[in-house]
Ligand binder design. Structure first.
Ligand code: HEC
Ligand code: HEC
Length: 376
């Protein structure tokens, strides 16, 4: 008899534990909600740990970018680099220059398309990031695979779906063909007229180091003009820090992958698998790459559509995705009352007002000159 009672008791206990487990919101027992840090990758450190600090330093962007040892910047090198950047002879069918996909004025240094179109109309699978202020990034490309502008510049030239040149020698030949280059090379490289791929990328990188925008309302504000930001932008700026965007987008170039930072340059994205991100094929499209360079947010309001596949054309939606995928903002709306009652998840979604305020702040990172150029 006693045995039977024991068995019944056992079954009842087991059943109630099962029912309890079933009723918990999805993901309730995952490490990030319990708060155990040792099982988490750094990306899954969620906003409860990213507390707003009183001493976050807002900085303006300097007017000059650093150049590496071995490629000091000179006026002559910049001039040569500029000629190369705009030269369509550097693509296999002579139809594209660097500037074709990086339109400096019209699209604020990108091309305004979801993904870029290379020679012979070949479509890539990545959105063209802006070249403005890329001089301050120590990791380039969406996946951060290049570590300098010199390393970066050779890749589009040889990429079969971008400029499609067959070899470095072929690129050198295209440059040698044109009568105005020997003189430009000679002036840029101490009287040496020899044209080499090494010099070509050095000159292009030098020119790119002059593509700097520090004339945004944000920079003006940081330099002391308190009227440069609207009250909504100020509220967005406070939120940008408080909710934890600065955890990854920090420093004068708003990126952990900038020369100003020694933080984590690459981040899992989506760090917290999320329905909203999945709708735009993030982390859901068989992408082999799951780790991405933290991009700069300067001029971001001018460089849509956004994110590495260019699938999102509404900046508010990008902010919502970031909040959910990178800051673990609550995705289990229907269970919010349980979470609040239990006090376990202190990480509710951003309100629409907060999203709009953050977007207003992102607009304050746009260069006044480029905003003007985009209108004209
Ligand atoms: C067919 C369009 C196309 C052409 C032509 C092109 N690019 Fe790009 N560029 C892109 C795309 C797309 C990416 C992002 C690719 C990736 O992340 O894998 C990119 C990335 C870059 C970046 C990295 C920016 C960052 O923030 O990471 C720089 C710098 C750049 N290109 C400079 C150049 C230069 C210099 C040339 C000419 C030698 C050039 N591009 C030619 C489309 C193009
Ligand atoms: C854990 C790091 C992390 C945090 C926190 C984070 N981001 Fe990001 N952000 C990234 C990464 C990585 C990308 C690039 C994603 C990709 O591959 O498309 C990105 C991309 C973006 C972009 C698109 C840039 C472009 O050129 O398309 C915007 C805008 C942005 N973040 C804003 C924010 C805002 C606003 C917040 C705060 C609500 C935030 N981010 C929080 C890492 C982070």
């Amino acid at each position: 008899m006693a045995f039977l009672i024991l068995v019944v008791l056992f079954v009842v206990i087991k059943l109630s534990v099962y029912v309890l487990l079933q009723s918990a919101p999805e993901g309730f027992f995952r490490a990030e909600h319990i708060g155990s840090r040792d099982r988490e990758t750094p990306d899954q450190v969620l906003s409860p740990q990213i507390n707003a600090s009183d001493d976050y330093l807002w900085e303006a962007l300097p007017a000059v970018a650093p150049s590496p040892v071995g490629n000091p910047i000179t006026r002559e090198k910049i001039q040569l680099g500029k000629a190369l950047f705009f030269d369509k002879n550097l693509s296999a069918d002579r139809s594209l220059s660097c500037a074709s996909c990086h339109e400096l004025e019209k699209y604020a240094g990108g091309d305004g398309a979801e993904v870029s179109t290379g020679i012979w109309g070949k479509k890539g699978d990545r959105n063209a990031p802006t070249v403005w202020n890329s001089a301050f990034q120590k990791r380039l490309f969406w996946d951060g695979r290049a570590r300098s502008l010199e390393q970066q510049a050779i890749q589009p030239l040889l990429n079969p779906i971008e400029m499609g040149m067959k070899s470095e020698i072929e690129i050198e030949k295209r440059v040698q063909e044109q009568p105005h280059y020997p003189d430009l090379f000679s002036r840029a490289f101490e009287g040496d007229t020899e044209i080499s791929i090494d010099k070509i990328v050095k000159a292009i990188a030098s020119y790119e180091r002059t593509l700097i925008t520090n004339d945004s309302p944000y920079d003006e504000f940081v330099r002391g003009d308190v009227s440069a930001l609207t009250s909504q932008q100020l509220s967005g700026m406070a939120l940008f820090e408080k909710v934890g965007c600065v955890h990854c987008h920090f420093g004068p170039n708003f990126s952990a992958a900038s020369v100003f930072s020694d933080g984590l340059e690459l981040r899992a994205f989506p760090a917290n698998p999320d329905q909203l991100g999945a709708e735009y094929n993030f982390g859901n499209d068989g992408e082999k790459n799951t780790v991405w360079r933290v991009p700069s947010l300067r001029n971001v309001a001018l460089t849509g559509p956004w994110l590495h596949n260019g699938q999102v054309d509404d900046l508010k939606e990008v902010v919502r995705i970031m909040a959910k995928a990178q800051l673990g903002k609550s995705k289990t709306r229907e269970f919010q009352w349980v979470e609040h009652r239990l006090g376990v998840i202190e990480n509710p979604d951003l309100t629409e007002q907060q999203v709009e305020d953050i977007v207003a702040f992102l607009h304050a990172l746009s260069s006044r000159r480029l905003v003007q150029a985009a209108i004209e």
